[in-house]
Design a protein around this ligand. Structure first.
Ligand code: ADE
Length: 224
């Protein structure tokens, strides 16, 4: 799949996209990432991308022309399944939406800054508005990285152990069970006996019970 990101701060993405799972997804050819600098699409001689809000009020607003020009150019090159705007007033992101997005071919992610973008961009182009939580970030970039990471790791073939993404927290609506590795005894703190028993059926029952118990205790809202 291909993801185009529109941002005023493209270099924010460089580190994140060149490490770990995202890097692997790109190197293996499962994911194509393109970051576009919105400022490159400004026709203003000072390369302005923001202006004062009509009607007054605090903060600057990202102007319609540069964003529109960038979106139009990309749309003329290929069809997009989703054009996403990262915003604190968007729909709260979850695993289900990550799964859905991971099946798309081309998506665009627009990162806002300042007080937001001219509302007409939302009306004209945006198909999905996504928030990563009820708090305000200084821009959509970090939120966009969250989305890209959550998508990259579930594209089939990206993770070595293919079952790994399927047993994540949230994939079956429950939190993950606790995990342990060597040593089996750390200064008297022992790994649960059942995990050392070799009894597959019992181990998988234990894991499920742990998932239920954890979810009940930590995130009862998931069981509603
Ligand atoms: N931009 C600013 N805050 C955000 C949030 N919480 N989620 C997504 N994009 C944002």
């Amino acid at each position: 799949m291909r993801i185009d990101i529109l941002s005023l701060f493209p270099s924010m993405f460089f580190g994140t996209f060149s490490e770990s799972i995202i890097k692997r997804a790109v190197q293996k050819g499962f994911l194509e990432l393109h970051v576009h600098n919105i400022r490159d699409y400004s026709e203003d001689k000072h390369k302005r991308v923001d202006d004062y809000p009509f009607g007054g009020g605090a903060g600057m607003v990202m102007m319609i022309e540069p964003i529109s020009k960038c979106i139009e150019k990309l749309k003329s090159e290929r069809d997009y399944d989703s054009i996403i705007y990262m915003a604190p007033d968007g729909k709260r992101f979850d695993q289900l939406q990550a799964n859905t997005l991971s099946l798309k071919k081309n998506i665009m992610i627009l990162c806002g800054h300042y007080k937001g973008i001219d509302e007409r961009i939302r009306e004209l182009y945006i198909t999905d508005e996504i928030s990563i939580g009820d708090y305000v970030l200084s821009g959509g970039e970090i939120a966009a990285m969250v989305i890209v990471d959550s998508i990259a790791r579930i594209i089939p073939g990206v993770l070595n152990d293919e079952s790994s993404a399927l047993t994540d927290s949230f994939q079956n609506g429950l939190l993950s069970p606790p995990v342990y590795t060597r040593p089996a005894d750390f200064k008297g703190h022992k790994v649960p006996d059942i995990l050392l028993s070799g009894h597959e059926q019992k181990i998988s029952e234990w894991k499920f019970e742990q998932q239920l118990e954890r979810t009940k205790k930590r995130r009862p809202d998931l069981l509603d």
